[in-house]
Design a protein around this ligand. Structure first.
Ligand code: HEC
Length: 193
């Protein structure tokens, strides 16, 4: 069910125009970036779902901890791009800390959600120039769904076994206390041009 929801959310987003700024990215580039983000969400959703069905939430911690970065790494290598998961409240600061551009986009995503924009439509693309070259940058908001609460919900609602594992592995965890429909973070794609 997770998979179906995420996929339909992304497909809905795909039909909509992307907000752009002065440096407008070509539509084909945005479609490719969106496709990569979609691929990561789909693969990850399927793995999480399967792991929770067999081992419960505590059995699925490893999927988010090891498989998510591995899948993102493989997609990045195969596509010559960088695809990551970022958040304003990280669990793993090494992989999940947004850079300045990503922070600004995540803050804007929060404002768009507060103004009533449907979360499934919230994405942003822009071409940015940096010292090392030009990049197409794309981000897609990740909604908090029921499945996420088992590891990102209110601490007292998290299964004690999962909580203990999270406390041990992530002493600086800031990624709990989320409610359904909030933005947990985003998939971020950075493609050299
Ligand atoms: C079984 C537990 C579990 C579930 C369920 C889970 N997560 Fe996570 N999540 C984690 C762990 C563990 C990490 C840290 C991964 C790492 O070490 O890089 C994480 C990290 C993340 C990150 C990367 C940013 C950060 O905080 O470090 C995002 C984004 C994220 N999760 C979103 C979600 C969303 C959206 C859902 C629901 C669709 C979800 N997670 C469900 C355990 C879980």
């Amino acid at each position: 069910m997770l998979k179906a929801c995420l996929v339909c959310a992304l497909l809905t987003a795909a039909a909509l125009p992307v907000a752009t700024t002065a440096a407008e990215p070509a539509a084909a580039g945005v479609d490719a970036a969106r496709g990569l983000a979609h691929g990561l969400v789909e693969q990850l959703g399927a793995r999480l779902q399967a792991a929770i069905e067999t081992g419960g939430p505590s059995g699925a911690v490893g999927v988010c901890a090891h498989e998510a970065p591995a899948i993102a790494g493989e997609l990045s290598r195969r596509n010559g791009t960088k695809i990551t998961r970022v958040s304003l409240k990280t669990r793993n600061p090494l992989l999940g800390t947004p850079d300045a551009w990503e922070q600004a986009v995540l803050v804007a995503f929060e404002e768009r959600l507060a103004r009533g924009e449907p979360i499934a439509w919230i994405e942003f693309a822009e071409v940015v120039r940096e010292p090392a070259g030009e990049y197409l940058r794309y981000m897609k908001a990740l909604p908090v769904q029921a499945l996420c609460l088992g590891c990102h919900g209110a601490p007292e609602s998290i299964d004690p076994k999962v909580r203990a594992r999270l406390q041990q592995d992530y002493p600086a965890d800031r990624a709990t206390g989320y409610r359904l429909g909030q933005i947990r973070g985003a998939i971020s794609v950075k493609q050299p041009r």
